[in-house]
Design a protein around this ligand. Structure first.
Ligand code: GAL
Length: 414
């Protein structure tokens, strides 16, 4: 089509206006998170790329260490009047005091304009962002703790079949130990041991027992015989991880990737490490949802919150970021890199690997369990984590001792 001079002039005018608008809109946002492993960094890069492509600038504020290290830093900065533009937290109750203090940006206008309640699946994730009917975070993924990862190489070297459930895993442990392979890889941070405990609790005790203790906060159930069996199994798991001396979760995952350990109980963020190492699900490693006993997905995961700042330009950029994180293309790119399940059901995930597909199938069946982050306060979570890591590292503490202390934590849980 021949462009007349007038049309060319008009087009140039539009382009320069767009450029000016983009330039005017271009806003830097500092984003804090604790995603520092290889797989996590690859996933963050997808968010940063998409935000920058929209004309703004993602200023990365990664905080090394786990969520247990990062969250106090994030909260104290917000409370101390030095807010970041956006921050990762786990969706659930971690930000409830910040929201109640009026320090977090209300995203309800964006959520309603874009129909988040019709998009986010399960919608319970959005409920976890909602306080007094207003929405204060954008859920970005579903990360389930309810997984175990197994190294095919380790079991081939030990001459035994790859376990298909917890009992087979325990039975195969001696064959691994004979070959100098650590049966269970575990890092030394409290959230890791507490997470493994929750997976044994759900896998061996069932969802109803887990809910009785964590949702109903029934201290008698916590002190009861069914939970005694879970603590016994946790004591056994402790002995199977005696040779695991690494600190960080992804170092423990690397033990499975390299065949130095038979398995790891860890959330599906471990997938990001496998894929970055070029390991293939079903070829190099196997995944057991629900310890291979009852397939379930717990709806843990991550959301982004936006501390309020008296600056209309920053607020507009914060809302652009929230919208970008829930967009179809970013949900695919980010979650494939992160190894998590997306928070929307209307996207194409044919590129997902076998383990992610297992997770999507379980989600589609509705075998969903609410996560501890969504039902326990950060304070109660912290007390449970401290107990579990102390038990894990002090073999003089018996399962019965640990259970008695656990029951008293649940008695006071909020
Ligand atoms: C979790 C978070 C995941 C994962 C993990 C380990 O709290 O939801 O995204 O990164 O920490 O860092």
């Amino acid at each position: 089509m021949e462009m007349t001079f007038a049309r060319v002039g008009w087009a140039a005018g539009v382009l320069s206006a767009t450029a000016l608008c983009t330039a005017a809109m271009a806003t830097e946002l500092e984003v804090t998170h604790w995603w520092t492993s290889g797989g996590e960094a690859a996933a963050v890069a997808e968010f940063a790329k998409a935000f920058d492509a929209g004309g703004d600038t993602w200023v990365d504020g990664a905080i090394a260490g786990s969520g247990g290290v990062a969250r106090p830093v994030i909260v104290s900065r917000i409370l101390g009047g030095d807010p970041m533009g956006a921050t990762q937290l786990n969706h659930g109750r971690q930000a409830e005091e910040l929201v109640e203090a009026g320090l977090m940006l209300d995203l309800t206008d964006v959520a309603e304009a874009e129909g988040w309640r019709d998009i986010v699946n399960p919608v319970s994730l959005l409920d976890s962002c909602t306080v007094d009917g207003k929405i204060y975070c954008v859920p970005v993924n579903i990360h389930s703790w309810q997984w175990m990862w197994l190294s095919r190489k380790a079991y081939e070297e030990a001459g035994v079949d790859v376990p298909t459930n917890w009992d087979e895993f325990v039975a195969a442990a001696p064959a691994l130990e004979e070959k100098g392979i650590v049966p269970l890889a575990m890092g030394q941070q409290a959230w890791q041991t507490a997470g493994a405990f929750s997976v044994l609790n759900v896998g061996l005790g069932g969802e109803e027992l887990w809910k009785k203790v964590n949702v109903e906060k029934d201290a008698d159930a916590a002190a009861g015989p069914e939970m005694a069996r879970i603590f016994e199994a946790f004591g056994n798991a402790r002995s199977l991880a005696a040779g695991s001396t690494v600190q960080d979760w992804n170092q423990a995952t690397n033990m499975v990737i390299t065949g130095k350990a038979g398995g790891q109980i860890m959330g599906d963020w471990a997938q990001g490490e496998f894929s970055l190492a070029g390991s293939k699900a079903g070829v190099d490693y196997e995944c057991l949802p629900g310890l291979g006993i009852k397939e379930v997905i717990s709806t843990g995961g991550d959301a982004f919150y936006f501390p309020k700042q008296d600056d209309a330009e920053i607020e507009a950029a914060q809302k652009r970021m929230a919208s970008m994180m829930l967009s179809r293309e970013v949900q695919v790119a980010f979650n494939l890199a992160k190894g998590s399940l997306p928070v929307r059901g209307d996207i194409d995930l044919s590129a997902a690997n076998d383990c992610m597909k297992k997770g999507l199938e379980i989600l589609a069946k509705g075998n969903i369990l609410i996560s501890g982050d969504q039902v326990l306060s950060a304070d109660t979570q912290g007390q449970v984590e401290d107990l579990m890591v102390e038990f894990w590292n002090d073999t003089s503490i018996t399962p019965a001792d640990a259970q008695a202390r656990y029951a008293s934590i649940i008695a006071d849980a909020d």
